[in-house]
Design a protein around this ligand. Structure first.
Ligand SMILES: [Zn+2]
Length: 357
């Protein structure tokens, strides 16, 4: 295949977004796009380029006092009749336009066109963000080449509609189990109905008063919800077991241990098992690089409500935020699209921030 990422395409973030969208890269099928990106970066004299699996990293080594990361994932969710891209006026439609090839285009455009950024920059183009964490390119790099991730500040180019979404909420899944005793439904008084026992769990959820937490001026709104319920043996049996799966999104002033302790408090008296947990990330806006980034954007940051890879950087002590042109509400939708003006404005913002003073 001829590399569609030609010098003319790389010079224009809009054309570059479109070219990236038109290389199909559903999770675990990123080889073709990673090959194209790697080939481009290897040809850039001011960058040193490395590859691990289908994750490509390129960095400047200018001896600057600080290093920043610009990172974007190359994969998309499965296609949904929205490939290749189409244009309608000022909108580009297609799988990955918002989440997040327009953000990837920012990083690739800057990597190629900015030989002398004011910070040293590490550019990450990584695989498998949209699926289980064990496949995530940053997980794999953290295991095999942790030194690649060293930096003072990181920007994840996930869709934020052109504003700064700082930090991210933590997420926890847990299962609450109620127990009973089986009996024939004709003589139900001999048993204990575990599904009826779940009503108290549901009552605590429906009356739960979720917190709103403000950290460094960013609002994080929590959520505690039942997302699945299972139970029942047969049409004539009183059930002896019911399980309610809980999803808890918590503000980054709580760590996973604090979140679990809170769930145990809310569901006191019930059996509770935590099945999955990921820590959130505080906004991390006080570093000099972050402050300069905010000044370049020129709009107040808000809290990120979803979980993103900023938490991975935060866990390594690297403040990180989200900034990208796509609308996060359109991510993973069939009619996913991005506004061309958001691509142009965002690319200009990043250039303002990184260009030599
Ligand atoms: Zn994404």
């Amino acid at each position: 295949m001829q590399n569609p990422l030609t010098p003319e395409v790389l010079a224009d973030p809009v054309a570059l977004t479109r070219a990236l969208v038109d290389i199909e890269s559903v999770s675990l099928n990123e080889k073709a796009i990673a090959d194209c990106v790697e080939e481009v970066l290897r040809g850039v004299p001011h960058l040193t380029t490395y590859r691990h699996s289908n994750t490509v990293m390129a960095r400047t080594d200018l001896g600057r006092a600080q290093r920043v990361v610009l990172a974007g994932h190359l994969d998309t969710v499965p296609l949904n009749g929205n490939f290749p891209s189409t244009m309608r006026g000022d909108l580009m439609y297609g799988c990955g336009t918002s989440d997040m090839k327009s953000g990837v285009a920012f990083a690739l455009h800057l990597a190629v066109t900015l030989p002398d950024p004011r910070y040293d920059v590490t550019y990450f183009f990584y695989e498998a963000e949209e699926i289980e964490s064990k496949y995530n390119g940053l997980t794999l790099v953290a295991q095999s080449h942790p030194e690649w991730l060293e930096a003072d500040f990181a920007v994840l180019l996930e869709p934020t509609y052109g504003i700064v979404e700082a930090g991210c909420q933590g997420t926890m899944r847990a299962v609450v189990t109620t127990h009973g005793e089986r009996a024939h439904a004709a003589r139900s008084w001999h048993g204990v109905n575990a599904i009826h026992g779940a009503s108290e769990v549901l009552r605590r959820l429906t009356t739960y008063d979720a917190r709103r937490v403000t950290i460094e001026g960013c609002d994080y709104r929590e959520g505690l919800n039942a997302v699945r319920i299972t139970g029942g043996v047969a049409g004539n049996v009183i059930p002896d077991r019911c399980q309610i799966e809980i999803n808890y999104r918590y503000a980054p002033d709580r760590d996973p241990a604090g979140a679990e302790a809170h769930l145990r408090e809310v569901f006191a008296g019930f059996e509770l098992e935590v099945t999955d947990a990921a820590a959130g990330a505080p906004p991390g806006l006080d570093s000099a690089a972050a402050q300069e980034f905010l000044a370049a954007v020129g709009a107040a940051p808000i809290g990120k409500l979803g979980w993103t890879d900023v938490a991975r950087f935060a866990a390594m002590g690297i403040p990180a935020l989200n900034f990208g042109p796509g609308d996060p509400n359109l991510a993973h939708h069939k009619d996913e699209h991005v506004e061309l003006t958001k691509i142009r404005d965002g690319a200009a913002t990043l250039h303002r921030w990184l260009a030599p003073a």
